[in-house]
Design a protein around this ligand. Structure first.
Ligand SMILES: C[S@@+](CC[C@H](N)C(=O)[O-])C[C@H]1O[C@@H](n2cnc3c(N)ncnc32)[C@H](O)[C@@H]1O
Length: 283
């Protein structure tokens, strides 16, 4: 595998994904009972934007940096921004150089009784994750194939929680089939879990089969949120991305709509930028 998330850390797709992740965890916290967060493709957990990899691509400049230099901050983005600040609280000059990945975002959002399970296959990323959470008893870090491990982790003993499936999509179209297999097996064991699946968008019209898959499998309450930062007229570049949320929390569509409008306003690259929030399946 050639993929290292450090090259993409803080890009527009991360901003989109992580702002939604924070909202999902916030919705879980509406109940006092503990929840379990499962991250099948965890990455390194945290990235220093001054490192060689992110500096080489500079992708964060059209992502998180746009938010940091914006004249004003939309209220919908406040929780994400506050979390970035908290992740950089140790910086004496107030710089926001450390970009939190999904595991750190979850860990910072979780309460004392909540729990997280993180899977990561690559040695370097796994070692970084292990070190980051070495002193956090709430968090289990596993060097395992997250797709293969998922069904064994569900249902968690808390009987409530969120699974984030955020693969590198190195297999391109074939990745959707792998996601489908892992998700179907997990859903069968735990139909009440919340599952969030991130996916890239090159041409939106190629995603029809993925959208239909949820209905054909009888998977309920599935919401799709999408952001195109530019016209999806080229299959050769990442024009946008989406998140499908199975068992989306109550009225989560209404919560996402203003968030996506604000994200689009900040992250748009041309007039082809679009966003949508749509139910793929209901009850
Ligand atoms: C897109 S990155 C994850 C980013 C992370 N979720 C975040 O938001 O900060 C995908 C990660 O999955 C890892 N990976 C690839 N295949 C995997 C597998 N089958 N199981 C677990 N991890 C895998 C890669 O090494 C990479 O670190």
């Amino acid at each position: 595998m050639n993929y290292h998330h450090a090259f993409n850390a803080g890009n527009f797709a991360d901003v989109f994904k992580h702002a939604i992740l924070i909202a999902l965890i916030d919705a879980l916290k509406a109940k006092a009972t503990p929840f379990c967060y499962i991250d099948t493709h965890a990455g390194a957990g945290r990235y220093d934007l001054r490192d060689e990899a992110p500096q080489k691509t500079g992708e964060f400049a059209d992502g998180v940096q746009r938010l940091l230099i914006a004249d004003s901050l939309a209220p919908t983005l406040r929780p994400y921004f506050d979390l970035l600040r908290a992740a950089n609280a140790g910086d004496a000059n107030g710089h926001l150089n450390l970009y939190p990945g999904s595991p750190l975002i979850a860990a910072m959002s979780m309460r004392e009784g909540d729990r997280a399970i993180l899977c990561e296959t690559q040695d370097e990323e796994f070692a970084a994750l292990k070190a980051l959470f070495a002193r956090d008893p709430r968090i289990g870090v596993h060097q395992r194939d997250g797709y293969a491990a998922l069904a064994g982790f569900v249902p968690p003993r808390e009987k409530r929680g969120l699974v984030l499936i955020d693969p590198p999509f190195e297999a391109q179209e074939a990745e959707f089939r792998t996601i489908g297999k892992a998700l179907a097996a997990a859903y069968e064991r735990w139909p009440g879990g919340v599952y969030a699946i991130w996916y890239p968008i090159k041409l939106r019209r190629t995603l029809q089969r993925f959208y239909r898959w949820f209905a054909t499998k009888g998977i309920k309450k599935t919401l799709a949120a999408e952001l195109l930062v530019q016209n999806d007229d080229s299959p050769l570049r990442l024009n946008g991305c989406g998140m499908v949320i199975v068992n989306a929390p109550w009225q989560f569509d209404l919560r996402l709509q203003p968030l996506l409008s604000d994200l689009m306003r900040i992250l748009a690259r041309d007039a082809g930028a679009q966003q949508r929030v749509e139910w793929l399946t209901t009850e």
